[in-house]
Design a binder for this molecule. Structure first.
Ligand code: MN
Length: 403
């Protein structure tokens, strides 16, 4: 039996091996891969697999930074080496003996976040928000079907899953009075898929066909949002303090190469696109991923990422079309993921229709926006090989009172 056969749990087997940065009580952070409920030292696995010294060197580090600075060929070679090691029956005994249970490690940010862009690429979400914020007007703004709308977020406040999120303070609109300063009364989540970028970047636009050379992997992302602060500040330059207090990401990065079985065509395009965004002849860049939103242990929504109109390849092409350069560790997120059904909405703004339709929880209480003490977990499942599912790393965070 191989190490994988010993340690695999549902969705976390030999071909997945998401990357994370972990430390044990005494040690410094190391790059590891997750197999079931255990962490394995990535560099140690590659040594067993007889990998090239360069490939071992870029994994014998604290996190993904050095590997992200390499290229797609190195990423695929390293992943294949790791898969080979955990699948080799001859190495099973020592790998299993060295595997560290997740309960014995601290998990850190898996990479150093360079720049962070958040998009707004899901038509169901954007339409719902339009109806809530701009009733009587067309739900989508005139630009929406022509380009993936985005804004620059705050890279320095991206935090790893498990980090507490203090309720932000700011200026809140009042119906008939000037705004008041205080703790947000409308604290929300946004269930999103985040994309981790790497490899030496060329100057200029990255074509749709080259997206896989730069998108290293995926993480579930919770773009915490203070709707009252956001509503007052966002005109005309967009989100700022209502978003920048915290963005949580999962501590495990699923390599892009694991998601081939989850690839699906994006929604039908109904508006002609500029050449750099026209994906009618490009490989499909939507993924069959469902994000469960779990509030204090109760599933309150199941958001289908595959319904998202703009793909990650289009987002990457768009954010570089003006000549903006990339750095390894750049990060962008899809925008809130919602589906057409009520039970598929990706934030409480939509789930409770701006607070007008409270959600009744299993214990009978009604909720609109988040309360101090509420814990939100995003769980993701993607289609995997042989009809199975990949379990994406969880993204969890608990709201604490304003500090
Ligand atoms: Mn967002």
């Amino acid at each position: 039996m191989s190490a994988a056969e010993h340690l695999t749990t549902a969705g976390l087997g030999a071909t997945h091996l998401p990357y994370g940065s972990y430390s044990t009580a005494a040690g410094v952070p190391k790059l590891g891969v997750r197999l079931g409920d255990h962490v394995l030292d990535a560099a140690a696995l590659l040594r067993r697999a007889g990998a090239a010294p360069d490939d071992i060197a870029v994994t014998d580090t604290a996190n993904l930074d050095a590997l992200l600075a390499r290229d797609r060929a190195a990423w695929d070679r390293v992943h294949a080496g790791l898969v080979h090691a955990v699948s080799d029956p001859a190495a099973a005994e020592s790998i299993v003996a060295e595997a560290v249970p997740l309960t014995e490690v601290t998990l850190h940010l898996p990479f150093t976040v360079a720049d962070y862009v958040d998009f707004y690429g899901n038509e169901f979400h954007a339409s719902n928000v339009g109806r809530i914020f701009r009733p009587g007007q067309p739900p989508l703004t005139p630009n929406w079907k022509h380009l993936p709308i985005g804004y620059h977020g705050r890279a320095g406040t991206i935090v790893p899953s498990g980090t507490e999120v203090p309720r932000p303070r700011g200026l809140r609109p009042e119906p008939d009075d000037p705004p008041t300063f205080g703790s947000s009364r409308r604290l929300d989540i946004e269930a999103e898929v985040g994309f981790v970028l790497g490899s030496p970047a060329p100057q200029g636009q990255i074509p749709l066909t080259a997206a896989a050379d730069h998108i290293f992997g995926l993480v579930l992302t919770n773009d915490w949002s203070a709707r009252d602060i956001q509503a007052f500040e966002y005109v005309p330059l967009g989100p700022f303090l209502g978003k920048s207090f915290a963005t949580s990401i999962a501590t495990w990065v699923t390599p892009l190469a694991c998601l081939d079985h989850a690839r699906i065509a994006p929604p039908q395009r109904d508006t002609p696109l500029a050449d750099y965004l026209d994906d009618s002849a490009a490989p499909p860049w939507a993924f069959d991923i469902v994000i469960e939103i779990v509030l204090n242990g109760e599933v309150v929504s199941r958001a289908p990422y595959g319904t998202t109109y703009w793909t990650a390849a289009q987002m990457l092409s768009h954010m570089t079309v003006n000549g903006a350069t990339l750095r390894p560790g750049d990060f962008f997120a899809s925008g809130t993921v919602s589906g057409p059904e009520r039970g598929q909405r990706g934030c409480f703004l939509e789930i409770t229709w701006g607070g007008a339709e409270p959600l009744t929880l299993a214990d009978g209480t009604d909720i609109t926006f988040l309360r101090d003490g509420d814990e939100v977990t995003l769980r993701g499942k993607a289609s995997g090989p042989d009809g199975g599912l990949l379990a994406l790393g969880e993204c969890t965070g608990r709201v604490v009172s304003a500090r």
